[in-house]
Design a protein around this ligand. Structure first.
Ligand SMILES: Nc1ncnc2c1ncn2[C@@H]1O[C@H](COP(=O)(O)OP(=O)(O)OP(=O)(O)O)[C@@H](O)[C@H]1O
Length: 374
């Protein structure tokens, strides 16, 4: 279990100062549009390395008019056991406000990835509803976020891949580029691409193997990578795929220098999703079916993290009921009951969450426990 037992916000988004002690690991946050429901989830999502559930820039986070912002939380591995609780704090670095600083129990943390060992969270946002209509980039980033939660080093592979790809493009744009230098860049690019795609392949295999997904009552997803590198990784060892890829990339020099960019690499992956039983592609499913598929993937991901790290992450579900019919809503409430972890859910109508009344605290930003304090 991972849950928040106290949350303190200072000049974060629309919150001037908030100090809140949740009364239950499961919280339903309802209230009017713009009241600050998603901001609360975003605050918790920023306790783990990365840019949080909105992928926000640092300058968007301080309350308008403020320059510094802070989020501090007591997080616990078991509800009601303060001995197992630690404090994670993040916010703008007072010396360099454009940078984000982390503290764990008051100790400044140099290694961000280490913070992820104390607390993890997974989320679903309404923006993800568009995943099936948008281009491959959005689906790739969705999958990369799932991988990152398990393997923080994935970010470094992707960054190194993209950096090398840009260097190659610049070199190709110059006439008479040095062949030896290009060879070296293409080898490096191939190495990072294979590492990144292998991590994606691994995550897809884990998600497809989650048997509990079928029991949840959501349509279990069948995921497939649309990527030639992934195809090769099924046939030969990674080192051989690197050799093959470096050669293939070298073969596209002429077209890449003519058109710019790179025809091959880790940036050419797409993620296909389908219903595991009917094999109906997500792109041909209804909005509600797509939403249920995504919820199923997020819950599977939480179980995978729990199996690998021994601790269930916290679930941040922004507007999870939108598009779901009564049967799927009931399935979600049941799944939440079974997860045994901290959950924040948002919505505009608290009646829709009535089946959670036994286990959840219901709050509204600006009221009761979430009222602003001086
Ligand atoms: N940096 C900021 N400073 C002050 N207010 C901000 C900042 N960033 C966002 N806001 C305000 O926060 C509010 C949005 O909060 P949030 O997205 O959490 O709303 P919500 O309750 O989830 O709404 P909805 O039901 O529409 O999803 C908006 O009124 C927005 O103007």
């Amino acid at each position: 279990m991972a849950c928040v037992t106290r949350l303190v916000l200072t000049d974060f988004r629309n919150y001037h100062h908030l100090s809140w002690k949740p009364a239950s690991p499961v919280t339903v946050i309802t209230g009017p549009n713009g009241s600050g429901k998603t901001n609360l989830l975003e605050a918790v999502s920023l306790l783990v390395p990365g840019r949080g559930l909105r992928g926000a820039r640092m300058d968007e986070l301080p309350r308008h008019g403020a320059s510094l912002w802070g989020v501090a939380a007591d997080v616990a591995a078991q509800w009601g056991d303060d001995a197992l609780s630690i404090q994670i704090a993040t916010g703008a670095d007072p010396v360099r406000p454009e940078r984000r600083a982390f503290r764990v129990d008051g100790q400044a943390q140099r290694n961000r990835d280490a913070v992820g060992e104390y607390f993890s969270a997974v989320w679903l946002t309404p923006q993800m509803d568009r995943l099936f209509q948008e281009g491959a980039g959005g689906r790739r980033r969705f999958l990369d976020r799932l991988v990152l939660a398990l393997e923080p080093g994935h970010a470094r592979e992707l960054a190194a891949h993209d950096r090398t790809m840009m260097q190659r493009s610049r070199l190709l744009a110059q006439r008479g580029a040095d062949g030896g230098w290009l060879n070296a860049l293409e080898r490096t690019m191939a190495r990072h691409a294979v590492a990144a795609v292998a991590a994606r392949v691994d995550m897809v295999a884990r998600l497809n193997a989650d048997e509990q997904a079928v029991a949840d009552g959501f349509p279990a997803a069948l995921l497939e990578l649309d990527c030639p590198i992934a195809g090769r990784l099924r046939e030969m060892p990674a080192l051989a795929v690197e050799d093959w890829l470096a050669e293939q990339i070298a073969g596209t020099r002429a077209i890449d220098s003519q058109r710019g960019g790179s025809r091959l690499g880790a940036h050419r992956t797409d993620l296909r999703m389908a219903d595991r039983l009917s094999l109906r592609p997500a792109s041909q499913s209804s909005t509600g079916q797509q939403k249920a598929l995504l919820l199923g993937i997020v819950l599977s991901h939480a179980r995978i993290l729990a199996a690998c790290r021994g601790q269930m992450p916290m679930l941040l579900l922004d507007e999870p009921l939108v598009h779901l019919d009564d049967v799927r809503r009931a399935a979600l409430f049941q799944a939440i009951g079974r997860m045994d972890t901290g959950v924040f859910l948002t919505g505009t109508d608290n009646e829709q969450f009535a089946p959670l009344r036994q286990i959840a605290e219901f709050v509204t930003p600006g009221e009761g426990n979430l009222a602003p304090r001086a």
